[in-house]
Design a protein around this ligand. Structure first.
Ligand code: MSP
Length: 634
């Protein structure tokens, strides 16, 4: 088990930006990792903040007719409020305009000047205002910024500036990267940086003349200049934890375990930053991890296209925890991922409403209905109980392993798989039959086992959905709050006899309003063809047959009791000539769930099952594999 320290950072965001899903993603990811490491018993420090100097802020402030600091004070609130809304548990929030940070930047500049790593020279080259970076002639084609995702027009500039001897560190850096494969992750990003380092590095221009940019930290040795925004910004990772001001604190956190970044800021973090740290005599961060970008309906997000996703709107529409879950489960770390509300609704319904939600409600329904709302005392465990217990315990191990490998998608996938196994266990053990046939002790064991699996699940998903999993813990009758891994590992955390907090639906199914557009009818179209919208009116769902019995005075009809997600319904079906009632119990069938109820021989039928007919013989439509009842059939 991992017990150590875990220091994680996000990029510090440009303060004048409106936070979008990309910002929200990195910060939620850092939060989820921080919470998982707390669960594993690590000592955690989680840092985020805002990048407040530079041309963009200066220009935005000029436009607004206020000072850059006032502008930053006004816009930083958007980030602070968003992190609060999204449940972010950062230990510190750094602003590069904080006094202590500015002092440390000055002090580092003095150190490096003294060491001979900073010199003054005249520069002639291309400059991108947006990226706030200089580029050599060889890197610029058609006067466009070569930064990934930028491509804006660059300006020609000739001016005297201060330079950091980046080139002195090139050979060392290549060697370091090769010797430390974990330093840049994923592997293909390491290769990208090594590719970049195949060309000779220029020294890094680290100043801007005040005549061109006043909004920055003064160079302590030349007040006509301010420092380059990236030099200032990167130092936040050490200034925030006490570099030069609190040695004990600093040494207890540095080096960082992870700098999380987006792929567009790889060079600054894997070339400039390590060279700066080496010059300062500090050890390297353990890992710089570059994640991919969120694309919107497969396109790049951009203000001009108007497809920028506002995380507040998403959280308001679907819920904070549901949004956090989707972002974490949908992106394979390192790759780009596609964001769409359709895929959100699909993932939510499949995993949260079906696998998890269904298991919660069917389990708690038995605690309420059969044990007066109290956790039952388990009897002797059978092989099937033990298999599920073992799966729950293996899932804890898998989550721990995947988290340390940065495979969050797989960690969440393994918890979803546990829920599917638990639902299968429930189907197999048929607690409704145990109740009906008076096998009380066996029923107690099955329901206790199910409750314990839910307790483990609530703990494993807590870092991603803290509010919902707190609610689940309370529903199980235990106090919520951050779980610890030893508590999850110890089977029997739920005390038999304690009252549960009641059952409610945590993840109601969502309807997807986005129906694909239908092509207009052509005249030559066949009369019998229907529009998609006609088909979409028929809601087909899977259902599980709980019980079946013959209907008096007919040899055709059976009366079925079926489970459809959280509901139990009654259905009358004309399949008696093809099936004995017992043959149907436990089968997963397909029903039309939104048919108006009808009375057949005086018995109400809520829906219709589907079957293939060959003359008098009927064969039921069923599904290939295990799916929970209430799953949609499309
Ligand atoms: N201020 C610098 C970082 C300095 S760190 C010492 C900066 N800020 S930013 O606000 O422009 O970007 C912050 C992060 O947002 C970057 O990691 C960037 O990759 C990320 N994203 C911007 N758009 C994104 C997506 N569409 N998807 C995912 N992340 C994206 O750069």
């Amino acid at each position: 088990m991992s017990i150590g320290k875990f220091y994680i950072t996000t990029p510090i965001y440009y303060v004048n930006d409106r936070p979008h899903i990309g910002h929200a993603y990195t910060t939620i990811l850092a939060d989820v990792l921080a919470r998982y490491h707390r669960l594993l018993g690590d000592r955690v420090f989680f840092l985020t903040g805002t990048d407040e100097h530079g041309q963009k802020v200066q220009r935005a402030a000029e436009k607004a007719g206020i000072s850059p600091k006032k502008h930053a004070d006004e816009t930083v609130v958007r980030f602070l409020e968003l992190w609060e809304k999204l449940g972010i548990t950062n230990d510190s929030f750094i602003r590069t305009t904080d006094g202590f940070h500015k002092d440390i930047v000055s002090s580092v500049l003095n150190d490096l000047l003294e060491k001979g790593d900073i010199y003054k020279a005249s520069y002639d080259g291309w400059y991108c205002v947006t990226c706030e970076r200089f580029f050599a002639d060889k890197d610029v084609v058609d006067e466009k910024c070569p930064e990934e995702g930028c491509g804006r027009k660059v300006e020609r500039l000739t001016e005297t500036n201060y330079f950091f001897r980046l080139s002195n560190y090139q050979d060392w850096l290549i060697e370091y990267i090769n010797a430390n494969p974990k330093f840049i992750q994923p592997d293909f990003r390491r290769n990208e940086t090594l590719g970049f380092l195949r060309n000779k590095l220029n020294d890094l221009c680290i100043s801007r003349p005040k005549s061109r940019l006043a909004w920055g930290i003064d160079l302590p040795f030349d007040s006509d200049f301010v420092t380059y925004v990236w030099f200032d910004a990167l130092l936040n990772y050490v200034s925030a934890i006490g570099y030069k001001t609190d040695d004990a604190g600093f040494n207890s956190w540095w080096p960082a375990s992870y700098h999380l970044i987006g792929k567009d800021i790889l060079t600054t973090h894997t070339v400039y930053w390590p060279a700066m740290l080496k010059a300062m005599g500090l050890p390297m961060p353990e890992t710089v991890f570059a994640h991919g970008w969120w694309l919107i309906d497969k396109c790049k997000m951009s203000k001009s296209v108007g497809n920028v996703v506002n995380p507040i709107e998403m959280a308001d529409k679907y819920g904070v925890d549901e949004f956090r879950y989707y972002l974490m489960a949908e992106m394979t770390l390192g790759q780009d991922a596609n964001f769409s509300e359709d895929s959100f609704v699909r993932r939510y319904n499949d995993i949260l409403a079906n696998d998890l939600g269904n298991f919660i409600s069917r389990t708690l329904k038995f605690v309420e209905g059969n044990f007066a709302g109290k956790i039952p005392v388990p009897g002797e465990y059978t092989d099937t109980d033990n298999v599920l217990r073992a799966t729950a315990s293996e899932t804890i191990g898998k989550v721990e392993k995947y988290i340390t490998e940065m495979r969050l998608d797989l960690a969440l996938g393994s918890v979803a798989a546990l829920m599917r196994d638990a639902n299968r266990y429930f189907d197999h053990e048929q607690p409704w039959t145990l109740a009906k046939t008076g096998q009380t002790e066996r029923l107690q064991t099955v329901i206790y086992t199910s409750c314990e699996v839910l307790r483990v699940t609530a703990g494993l998903l807590y870092p991603v959905m803290p509010v919902k999993m707190d609610e689940l813990a309370l529903m199980l009758g235990v106090s919520g709050g951050a779980p610890d891994i030893n508590g999850l590992r110890a089977w029997g955390g739920l005390e038999p006899g304690i009252a549960i907090g009641g059952s409610k639906i945590l993840f109601p199914r969502l309807k997807n309003e986005q129906v694909p557009t239908v092509a207009p009818k052509k005249e030559e179209e066949r009369e019998d063809l229907i529009d998609y919208s006609d088909f979409a009116k028929v809601r087909l769902l899977t259902a599980k047959v709980l019980s079946a019995e013959s209907v008096a005075n007919t040899d055709k009809l059976l009366k079925l009791s079926i489970e459809v997600g959280d509901e139990v319904r009654q259905l009358v079906a004309g399949v008696a000539k093809s099936y004995e009632p017992e043959q149907l119990i436990g089968k997963t069938i397909v029903i039309v769930s939104n048919l108006k109820p009808a009375k057949i021989r005086g018995i109400v039928s809520e829906g219709m099952l589907l079957a293939a007919s060959d003359g008098d013989s009927l064969r039921l439509l069923t599904v290939d594999g295990d799916v929970p009842s209430g799953s949609s059939v499309q």
